[in-house]
Design a protein around this ligand. Structure first.
Ligand SMILES: [Zn+2]
Length: 548
């Protein structure tokens, strides 16, 4: 299978920093018939019944011959799994009735075609489950039959099934190869049933980014300090031919970044504001993606419980998602100005830790009375979004963060919560999320009703709400928004990914596909253009504010 030569196109980003990484190489190819197969290799076919039944033996004859799969078995299996008559689809199948297998060399698995209006038509979450439980051979082929617009979501679903980070001593160091391709059922008659070169480039980039993002989130803080995170950013920057801007440690304090400085100052490794910029002379808009990168969150002096602290290595998921998304966007070509802003800090406990009652001044110039050191994400992001507005002059500021436990209660473990000052962008987020399968759903945006939760007697605001039952996730977002400033007439979008950042104990790489799909109209790549907004979205928010 190594004969495809595609392995060499995939850079070593995802493997660079971790000697113990699971050694699974994923490469997307145009056509399964390109793949050199040995007789011990195996293939997994996935698709909805309506798509799989369109895949004829003739579409796959070369690969089925190599695997020595009898044609009549293939045809009978497809007929069994994908009944031709509509009425047969509702007939219950026996246990495991959605899977057939030929000596484990070919496994065909149908996924349900049903999806409700807040789910993704791609059913990507099912694809991940099937891939995780069916791919064991050294050389594995995965073939997905789907509509063209579901391919990016499906590619990400495959990528997140093969995590990179491990410290298990018995994980095989032997390299495994996974080759993935698609048959597009909406093009079966027109001849373009395989992905184009442009699409293959997209799938490889986005898969690499999803795995990079997940690796950073899965890596424990002892190995993913703020310094190590900066190294990851530098590796991405080098690959893209960019130079990161770094402000760290005491310099943050000297330059007015009181939020990031105070949250991170008790840790051994200093806090940092890091910025990557892709500048285009012909740009029509300037976009900033700001990520929360708390590499570990003990809660600070308001320390978390034993159970509540486990998993807090994942608190850098926003910044990791921004890094992966930026890599994909720039690698594939992005025609507008794009900045990635990383707010990196470890919320540690120590003699120098910031305390409840401390009053700190953020980069916005506003003062904050600390009432909960565990509400640190909004404090570091306050500095990040203020920098995006003041220094980067961004028209559109998106912050992404594992911000609140309340997000899970509000929108659940699959959907991120989106809070924005623009209804048009809110719709665009929800639409893009369904196409790319990084789902999201809106929270209420009413600063004039909710911001009083942060009222303070002695500073401009507190950092935690007085009533946690009053739209807590939305309020946390509004805290960040308040540091962009009331005069900002641009677009602000806040994505709280606290729950969808992981599935059980594994990171999902959430955010890579969502940011690239939402800004698909700036992409030079056809796969993301297909998922991007279909109308030109505004650069000014629609808030009606009288000057009082
Ligand atoms: Zn916290």
């Amino acid at each position: 299978m190594s004969e495809t030569g595609l392995e060499t196109q995939v850079s070593d980003l995802t493997f660079a920093s971790k000697a113990g990484a699971l050694n699974v190489n994923i490469s997307f190819v145009k056509d399964v018939s390109e793949i050199q197969l040995a007789k011990n290799d195996s293939m997994l076919m996935i698709g909805k019944s309506k798509d799989l039944k369109l895949v004829q033996h003739s579409h796959l004859s070369s690969v089925l011959t190599k695997l020595q799969i009898p044609a009549n078995w293939y045809n009978e299996s497809i007929n069994y799994l994908c009944p031709q008559k509509k009425t047969d689809e509702d007939t219950p199948k026996p246990a495991n009735g959605n899977t057939v297998s030929w000596l484990n060399k070919l496994v065909i698995n149908t996924i349900s075609g049903k999806f409700s209006r807040n789910n993704t038509p791609s059913r990507a979450h099912l694809i991940s489950k099937i891939v995780k439980s069916n791919c064991f051979s050294e050389n594995q082929v995965i073939l997905i039959a789907c509509e063209r617009r579901n391919a990016v979501a499906s590619a990400c679903a495959v990528a997140r099934s093969f995590p990179l980070y491990t410290s298990k001593t018995n994980d095989s160091k032997k390299q495994r190869n996974v080759a993935v391709s698609f048959l597009f059922t909406d093009n079966l008659t027109s001849g373009s049933i395989n992905p184009t070169d442009d699409e293959v480039k997209c799938f490889n980039a986005v898969a690499e980014s999803v795995r990079l993002t997940a690796k950073i989130v899965d890596t424990p803080c002892a190995e993913m300090t703020t310094n190590n995170f900066l190294d990851e950013i530098k590796r991405v920057a080098k690959d893209l031919g960019l130079e990161p801007m770094v402000i760290e440690g005491e310099e943050l304090n000297n330059r007015g970044f009181g939020g990031l400085y105070n949250v991170g100052k008790a840790a051994l490794h200093p806090p940092k504001l890091v910025v990557l910029s892709n500048l285009k002379p012909q740009a029509k808009r300037t976009i900033a993606w700001v990520g929360k990168g708390i590499v570990y969150d003990t809660g600070g002096l308001c320390i978390k419980s034993r159970a509540g602290m486990c998993g807090m290595k994942q608190d850098c998921g926003g910044a990791a998602g921004v890094l992966g998304a930026f890599y994909t966007a720039v690698k594939l070509g992005f025609e507008d100005n794009l900045h990635a802003v990383f707010c990196l800090a470890e919320n540690a406990v120590g003699p120098n830790a910031y305390r409840p009652d401390d009053i700190i001044k953020l980069y916005s110039g506003k003062t904050v009375e600390i009432t909960n050191t565990d509400a640190e994400g909004r404090v570091v992001l306050g500095d990040g979004v203020a920098y995006a507005r003041k220094d980067l002059k961004a028209d559109i500021i998106v912050d992404m963060a594992t911000l609140t436990g309340a997000q899970g209660a509000a929108t659940g473990k699959y959907h991120a919560a989106v809070l924005t000052n623009s209804e048009k962008w809110e719709s665009a987020c929800v639409d893009a999320s369904k196409l790319c399968a990084d789902l999201c759903y809106p929270l209420v945006f009413s600063p004039e009703l909710h911001f009083s939760e942060f009222n303070s007697e002695v500073a401009d605001m507190k950092n935690s709400v007085s009533n946690p039952s009053n739209a807590a996730s939305a309020c946390a977002g509004l805290f960040i928004h308040s540091h962009i400033g009331p005069k900002y007439d641009g677009i602000w979008i806040h994505l709280d990914i606290a729950s969808p950042v992981s599935d059980g104990d594994r990171a999902t790489g959430f955010g890579v596909a969502l940011l690239n799909s939402l800004f698909g109209d700036s992409s030079l790549n056809s796969a993301f253009k297909l998922l991007g907004p279909t109308t030109t979205l505004p650069l000014k928010n629609e808030e009606t504010e009288s000057d009082d």
